[in-house]
Design a protein around this ligand. Structure first.
Ligand code: ATP
Ligand code: MG
Length: 252
């Protein structure tokens, strides 16, 4: 796996050294450092599932057979590991190629309602009660409809996943200062200790690896908010359990 990381870094530094049309290097030291970190993170993330696949194939070659039922178990491990690599690479492509947003006027309340209805199965399965507090008469924001849905889904899913024994999801829209409106998502989960809170925007940082999470959700959320000229705030709810995520949009 070190070899993969080395290969990525070598490729990146070679690429970075190529001269751009204006005679400048394609990437400066800051970008090269960031991409190198991402390559290291990627190599680190695929190390485990890849090792499982290689070991599983070895076992199958050595004759683990259907007779003792072990082949089935090994194949399931291999499938899960391959699925994780697939999710990581797809997530990374999504993260690094967000595309150009197609802006149009969007009703924030309607977008939140749609996101909640799409997440209904997870909300029901997680025994989560929804408390809605939607401000009427909000102006429309300029947003990419799909990206707005993706953003809300990331934040709502994090909230759901934090309430492992059920809980309350409070979702609110409101005016938030001059020419700004906000959507606030609060959960009654366990919140985040400082060592987690400090790393939530690091690519591949996750405390939910056992649930198949890959740790790119909030990185993508931050990118989406940035492309809308908004602000994303995440922290523990003061004085009570759980996390509050707020996205503040400007309206034109
Ligand atoms: N509402 C929340 N309550 C508690 N912890 C949270 C919450 N939202 C985010 N976190 C923490 O931040 C980490 C990073 O979140 P992020 O959404 O980026 O990744 P993830 O949910 O682990 O994986 P995925 O890529 O599937 O979204 C989580 O693993 C979790 O530890
Ligand atoms: Mg997430």
């Amino acid at each position: 796996m070190k070899a993969i990381s080395k290969m990525c870094s070598a490729f990146i530094s070679r690429f970075a050294c190529r001269q751009g049309a204006a005679g400048r290097p394609l990437f400066g030291p800051a970008e090269t450092g960031a991409i190198g970190k991402l390559a290291d993170g990627l190599a680190h993330e695929i190390r485990n599932p890849l090792a499982i696949i290689i070991q599983g194939l070895e076992c199958l070659k050595e004759g683990a057979g259907p007779a003792d039922g072990s082949a089935k178990t090994i194949i399931k491990y291999i499938e899960d590991a391959a699925g994780r690599i697939d999710r990581i690479t797809k997530g990374l492509v999504d993260f690094s190629h967000p595309g150009t947003p197609e802006m149009s006027p969007q009703d924030l309340n309607a977008a939140v309602r749609e996101a909640l209805s799409l997440m209904k199965p997870q909300l029901e399965q997680g025994h989560i009660e929804i408390r809605e507090d939607f401000q009427g008469g909000l102006p429309q924001i300029s947003a990419d409809k799909n990206k707005l849905q993706q953003l809300l889904a990331i934040l709502i899913l994090n909230a759901i996943q934090s309430m492992t024994a059920g809980g309350i999801l409070a979702i609110k829209t409101c005016f938030s200062g001059r020419r700004r409106i906000a959507v606030q998502i609060e959960d009654s989960g366990k919140g985040m200790p400082p060592e987690v809170l400090n790393r939530i925007f690091n690519p591949f940082f996750t405390t939910k690896r056992d649930k198949g999470c890959i740790g790119l959700g909030l990185c993508m959320a931050r990118n989406i908010v940035a492309m809308h000229g908004g602000v994303l705030e995440i922290g523990n709810r003061p004085g009570t359990a759980g996390v509050r995520a707020a996205v503040i949009f400007r309206w034109p």
